[in-house]
Design a protein around this ligand. Structure first.
Ligand code: TRP
Ligand code: ZN
Length: 903
């Protein structure tokens, strides 16, 4: 953050190795919330590979007291927030540099650097927080060995933690004590961490496959220990999985996780001392939902997997962020897929991941913040921890996995670590290793072109056209690709697009595939690799016009345009062997119906046409009925199929967006689905609502999800018919539920359908959980995200801000109200009077003074303003302009609003 002066963009092309290396760092902390003293003794040497230059150390909000070189005073100057040393010893011999500073953790509301949360010290150094602790070469290619001495009052801070191994601890005068830590692995400073406070730990000793013993610890506030069992199980499963799947063992004697309720993101992979948002650690059946349990598993896995992909091999510069994040998301996705087990549970996980990609990343790729997986420039790196870097980055790794196969990918990973262990490297180095380990693969053959996935922003479109020729009994499938310009990138070149596909015959059965020129039919499933702007594939020995099933499992992160008839989509929904495309067929049908209904309202008077109550044709309802009644499909899969595409996803398919029209149409579709399938919803509830003793496994959580959806639909149907039986049952369920998933689903069913009982249930819920911050977050989020009825949503959001339990300083709580209203409640947020946007601007500005990282995330709510219909568009632009006009804006928010206005 820099509040004075003009922020300047940093360019990838300007990368230069540092003029100095820092080999060792010896830190001493005297911890005090108001004034923490930091003594930083470094062993520094010139980088003989680059021209001599002054040593420029980064700093931010530090008070500098002393600088010594080889024990003696030295001249220095300040350039902005950098400390510049020009008169350093000549030659290549290392020298000692000692810097003494102080900082004020208690006033650190940004939660970057060293801060205090509920009386406990925490650090967050990624991306550039270490410079808020001491002057340093705060860049990931400077890797050093750390020893850390922590000193603090023993009564207030009984637990003193840092990276690596505990070397020594003991008593000091005046009730103080100390602990000395040594990290055996070299690391960039963004992986440094310390924690000091009143914490307790769940401990687990494990023996790895290789026979080594390790201590695992999860530190939380006293009272939360019972809620750490699932996180510990997830950690043990992660360690076992990385060894089994990739041969990557735990390289530390001790591995610690610490939870804090004040955290900007999900969690952080500091070497041996992961720091987590409590949301991704604490769970019990009484307080956490199935989704929370699943998220904890994948975030614990994600941070653990960083130990190799990120920590042992790190990024050369922050432009390479996806090197660690895309790869580690891919690994955590694979971990959850492997733990899910059954093919059906795997398909559900894949659909969930793709849904996030398409509803969040595709809009980013189409908006003002679009950037390549490996960006070319940024103003504030914190703004580039995006779904493009993470989720699209994971898809780019997944395509490499597809192109070399599961075994080939494991070989590639092995080569990557053989070549680069202990180094700070680039995305190129990664792709090169995967390709080199598989010299015969499509990836090796196409590597330079494949790497356009790293350099070109935007989501490619693949257009598919099929033609059956009865005379030759052949089917010709033509795939064409295109990529629209994105900000700063007008010219685009063709990508390498793996398209997994199959063909269904007239009875919906899979056809053995035989391309023209092949001797005999082969498998019914194969992957073709599109590299040209357009290519045709001719399949032979086909008896009648087939239905193509393309991009199976979502084999590439692209839009697929194909003109299916309704009957073809119904056939895919009923018969496709690929579960992903089966789900996708249902989504396409629903989307088509929604888009037609939205368009039907676009009269030239501007007044929206009334929405018919029967937009869904009988064929669609019948298909959904078949799915709900299906004897063998998993409940989790049924729930996904029955869920209509979100308002945001529908909006992305349109050139001009009227959010109120979309909201009204989608609500009408939901109401019809609720009413028309009422007997099926009742049956689904009856069959699935009892899931026995609580376990957060795929099968029983799927049953709870479907039962919850059924209850919600039955409450919607009841609102239409005036019936009070189902709302009564929902209230009963809310009171009696044995776990948070069932309780919260019942509460949501009442709130979302606007039942009179909702108020009573909300009050009761608050009384039950008023002391559990994570559960209260759910309570706030549910209300702030509840559908608008008569324009009350904004008033609700404002009332929640005034609630005594609300706090803008706690990111989880701020998100629970503000983000839920601005991002998850389009019908309530997009008001014709612009009051929702004014609320947004006020909150962005308020938050920016406290926490620029969180403010900048909120600032992105209006990324897609330029697609809005009037009067929304002008009102949104005005609100963004009001934010941009504020002189004292953080770099974080300024970059986001500047890019938005350029759209
Ligand atoms: N590296 C972390 C992860 O992916 C992300 C992260 C945690 C982060 N805290 C942050 C990024 C603060 C930027 C700023 O797991
Ligand atoms: Zn990560």
């Amino acid at each position: 953050m820099m509040r004075e002066g003009q922020a300047t963009a940093i360019h990838r092309a300007d990368y230069a190795a540092p003029a100095y290396w820092i080999d060792t760092v010896d830190l001493t902390f005297d911890l005090d919330p108001a004034k923490t003293r930091v003594l930083n003794k470094m062993r520094v040497r010139r980088n003989s590979g680059v021209p001599a230059a002054p040593l420029r150390l980064h700093g931010d909000e530090l008070n500098l007291a002393r600088v010594l070189v080889n024990g003696a005073g030295t001249s220095f100057k300040m350039e902005g927030s950098c400390l510049v040393l020009e008169n350093l010893p000549e030659g290549d011999a290392p020298f000692d540099l000692e810097i003494f500073t102080t900082c004020c953790p208690a006033k650190n509301t940004q939660l970057s650097g060293l801060y205090v949360s509920q009386g406990t010290f925490f650090t967050q150094c990624e991306a550039e927080g270490f410079r808020r602790i001491t002057y340093f070469l705060d860049r990931p290619d400077v890797m050093a060995s750390y020893t850390v001495l922590l000193r603090a009052d023993k009564a207030q801070y009984p637990v003193l933690l840092s990276n690596g191994n505990l070397i020594e601890q003991g008593e000091l005068e005046d009730g103080r004590h100390f602990a000395r830590w040594n990290d055996p692995h070299k690391k960039p400073c963004y992986l440094f961490a310390l924690v000091a406070g009143k914490l307790v730990a769940r401990e687990q000793r494990i023996r790895a496959r290789s026979g080594t013993d390790h201590l695992l610890q999860i530190y939380v506030r006293p009272g939360d220990l019972e809620k750490t069992e699932h996180a510990m199980n997830s950690l043990m499963a992660s360690i076992a999985w990385d060894e089994a799947r990739f041969g990557l063992p735990l390289d530390l004697e001790r591995f610690m996780i610490v939870a804090t309720s004040d955290f900007n993101m999900g969690a952080m992979e500091n070497k041996g001392l992961n720091i987590f948002n409590t949301k991704y650690v604490l769970a019990s059946q009484a307080t956490a939902t199935d989704v929370d349990f699943a998220n904890i598993e994948s975030v614990v896995g994600h941070e653990y997997f960083h130990n190799w992909t990120g920590n042992r091999v790190t990024c050369r510069d922050w432009f390479q962020l996806s090197l660690k994040e895309g790869l580690t998301v891919f690994r955590d996705q694979e971990f959850s897929l492997d733990l899910a087990g059954s093919p059906s549970a795997r398909a559900v996980k894949r659909i969930e991941d793709v849904r996030v990609l398409r509803t969040v990343q595709f809009p980013e790729d189409a908006g003002p913040m679009a950037h390549p997986v490996r960006p070319d420039s940024y103003v504030e790196i914190n703004n580039f921890y995006t779904v493009t870097i993470y989720e699209k980055g994971a898809e780019v790794v997944r395509m490499q996995h597809t192109l070399v196969g599961r075994e080939g990918f494991a070989k590639g990973m092995k080569l990557y670590f053989e070549r680069h262990d202990g180094q700070a490297v680039t995305c190129d180095d990664f792709a090169q290793a995967i390709a080199d380990a598989n010299p015969e693969s499509d990836l090796a053959r196409l590597l330079p072109q494949f790497k356009r996935w790293y350099s070109q922003a935007g989501t490619p479109r693949v257009r598919a056209v099929g033609a059956y020729d009865a005379a030759t009994r052949s089917y010709r499938l033509t795939l064409s690709q295109s990529l629209a310009p994105t900000p700063g990138q007008a010219e685009k070149l063709p990508m390498v697009i793996p398209v997994a596909l199959g063909l269904l015959d007239a009875n919906g059965q899979p056809i053995a595939l035989q391309l023209e020129g092949e001797a005999a039919p082969g498998a019914a499933d194969r992957t073709v690799v599109l590299t040209e702007p357009s290519h045709s594939y001719t399949f032979v020995n086909i008896d009648s016009a087939p239905v193509p099933s393309l991009l199976r499992g979502f084999s590439a992160p692209v839009h697929l345009d194909i003109d299916y008839t309704d009957d073809e989509l119904l056939a895919l929904l009923a018969h496709d062997t690929d579960a992903f495309n089966r789900w996708e067929a249902g989504q396409r049908l629903a989307l088509r119906i929604a888009i037609n209904a939205i368009a039907a309202g676009a009269g030239d008077t501007g007044a929206a046409a009334p929405i018919a109550p029967d937009l869904l044709p009988e064929s669609f309802i019948a298909a959904m009925r078949d799915v709900l009644r299906h004897p063998t499909l998993d409940a989790a899969f049924k729930e996904l199929v029955l869920a209509l595409p979100s308002e945001g996803y529908i909006a992305e398919q349109l050139d001009v967006v009227d959010p109120q029209r979309i909201h009204a149409v989608r609500e009408a579709l939901r109401t019809q689905l609720a009413t028309a399938l009422r007997p099926e919803w009742e049956a689904a509830w009856e069959q699935h609502h009892d899931t026995g003793a609580y376990r957060p496994d795929a099968l029983s959580s799927g049953r709870r999800a479907l039962a919850g959806m059924a209850l919600s639909m039955l409450c919607v149907a009841a609102r239409e018919s005036g019936d009070t039986v189902w709302p009564g049952r929902a209230y009963q369920r809310f009171k009696d539920a044995g776990n948070m998933t069932d309780r919260f689903n019942a509460l949501s069913a009442l709130v979302v359908s606007g039942q009179p009982l909702a108020e009573q249930a909300l009050a009761r819920f608050h009384a039950m959980f008023k002391d559990d911050a994570l559960v209260l977050d759910k309570w706030f989020a549910l209300q702030a995200g509840a559908p608008d009825r008569g324009g009350q949503a904004l008033a609700t959001a404002k009332a929640l801000l005034a609630h005594p339990d609300f706090s803008l300083k706690n990111p989880n709580r701020a998100r629970s109200v503000i983000f839920s209203y601005c991002n998850a409640n389009p019908g309530g947020f997009h008001r014709a009077d612009g009051a929702g946007y004014a609320f947004w601007a006020d909150r962005v500005l308020e938050l920016d003074a406290i926490n620029p990282q969180v403010a900048a995330r909120l600032a992105r709510s209006l990324d897609r303003w330029s697609k809005l219909a009037e009067p929304y568009r002008s009102a949104a632009r005005q609100a963004i302009e009001r934010v941009a006009a504020r002189p004292a804006l953080s770099n974080d928010v300024r970059e986001v609003v500047t890019r938005a206005l350029a759209d």
